[in-house]
Write a protein that binds this ligand. Structure first.
Ligand SMILES: N[C@@H](CCC(=O)N[C@@H](CS)C(=O)NCC(=O)O)C(=O)O
Length: 208
């Protein structure tokens, strides 16, 4: 599909083969919002600057809304689109029905994860491919930790984004201490040292 150009629309970074991007596009059609999406073909493995500029994870799908705010991860994008439309509800809004639907979604999404991992692994024919894949993951981690070093919302209550960030940095310490993520990131370091002392993190240290 050729990229489309529409003034004042949301931009969806995607590739045609991505099941995650397809999920978002299918949801947009179901919600009657597809005409508002400008589709931008961007191969995330090539780290295109226009994608990395809005999302240091460099993954598709990534949505930029009409206010210029980025959204990523297909579920979060679908939830955002759902909030814009009265035409249909992609997920029950609350209660046991919502949790059941989220569980079913996670299972279906898990098929995508397993299949995409298999595809990525199948393309690695030699050790050098594995090394370059590992290096790519490391570079992505560097971009994201840099992003959080500059994040204006770093300080704040221990909401899911901050608990997740702390658990992620703790995992880097646990498995990849040589990454030395603290180096050159004094704000993130100071923030982490404080949150790491609080019960949610102190009581859940990783172990083998
Ligand atoms: N959990 C994400 C997964 C997105 C994802 O992994 N997309 C792949 C393309 S199918 C990608 O962007 N890969 C680039 C990379 O891993 O560097 C979602 O649901 O949107």
């Amino acid at each position: 599909m050729a990229p489309t150009s529409r003034e004042g629309c949301m931009k969806l970074f995607m590739v045609g083969a991505s099941p995650y991007a397809r999920k978002v596009r299918a949801a947009a059609i179901q919600l009657g919002l597809d005409a508002q999406l400008e589709l931008i073909i961007a191969n995330p493995h090539h780290r295109p600057p226009e994608l990395v500029a809005v999302n240091p994870l460099s993954k598709v799908p990534t949505l930029v809304d009409d206010q210029g705010n980025p959204h990523t991860d297909s579920l979060a994008i679908c939830e955002y689109l759902d909030s814009l439309s009265d035409r249909f509800a992609l997920l029950p809004s609350a209660g046991a029905e919502r949790h059941r639907a989220l569980f079913r979604h996670a299972l279906a999404h898990g098929i995508m994860d397993c299949a995409v991992i298999r595809r990525v692994e199948s393309l690695k024919s030699q050790e050098a491919d594995r090394d370059s894949w590992m290096e790519r993951q490391k570079q992505t981690t560097i971009r994201i930790t840099d992003w959080f070093e500059a994040d204006n919302d770093l300080e704040g209550p221990p909401t899911l984004d901050r608990l997740t960030l702390a658990a992620a940095l703790g995992f880097l310490d646990f498995r990849f201490p040589d990454d030395a993520w603290r180096t050159g990131r004094p704000r993130l370091t100071a923030w982490y040292e404080e949150i790491a002392k609080t019960p949610p993190l102190a009581e859940t240290q990783p172990y083998d």
